[in-house]
Write a protein that binds this ligand. Sequence first.
Ligand code: IMP
Ligand code: MG
Length: 176
Amino acid sequence: MSAVAIDILFDEKTIAARIDALAQDVIRLLGREPVLVCVLTGSFVFAADLLRALHRAGASPLMGFIGLSSYGAATHSSGQVKLTLDLLMEVSGRDVLLVDDIFETGRTLHHARELLLARGARDVRLCVLLDKKGKRTSALKPDLAGFECPDRFVVGYGLDLDGQYRALPFVGALRD
Ligand code: IMP
Ligand code: MG
């Protein structure tokens, strides 16, 4: 693998502090027993930290997982959202918080939200770590967002480029 320069945008400490604040916002929005649905794969690191921040804040969250993919091996969205792993959790009648790594065009979360509503969820709210506001194509927007993200391809803290860089403890942008 050739060396790639990465500019750190959000470091470990900054992310941790922001997630503690987000946990308070989740509790304000959904109460002390929130039902989280983590959109795999990119958001598993964020969702795990948010889950524990919720516990520290006195909540008893539940978490389920759904696999959706729109990127394949590229650095731009294919436009097609594919269900790669179905949700096992029952969401009928529940208020659900979809947790994703990044909101770009909004297609992934639009798709996920429609799917959960079709399964009888009462309400579906959206929480993302990063909001790339410049790329939105959907009228939908996140209810909660950790950081505004510049319009660059970012990796780390769960986000990947073709499977690489998920383990980085920070969010960084690939230098072009
Ligand atoms: P959307 O469907 O266009 O909103 O794209 C959201 C999905 O694309 C996210 O769940 C990510 O998996 C992926 N994605 C978007 N931007 C980036 C990026 O900069 N780095 C890595 N993955 C990204
Ligand atoms: Mg994703």
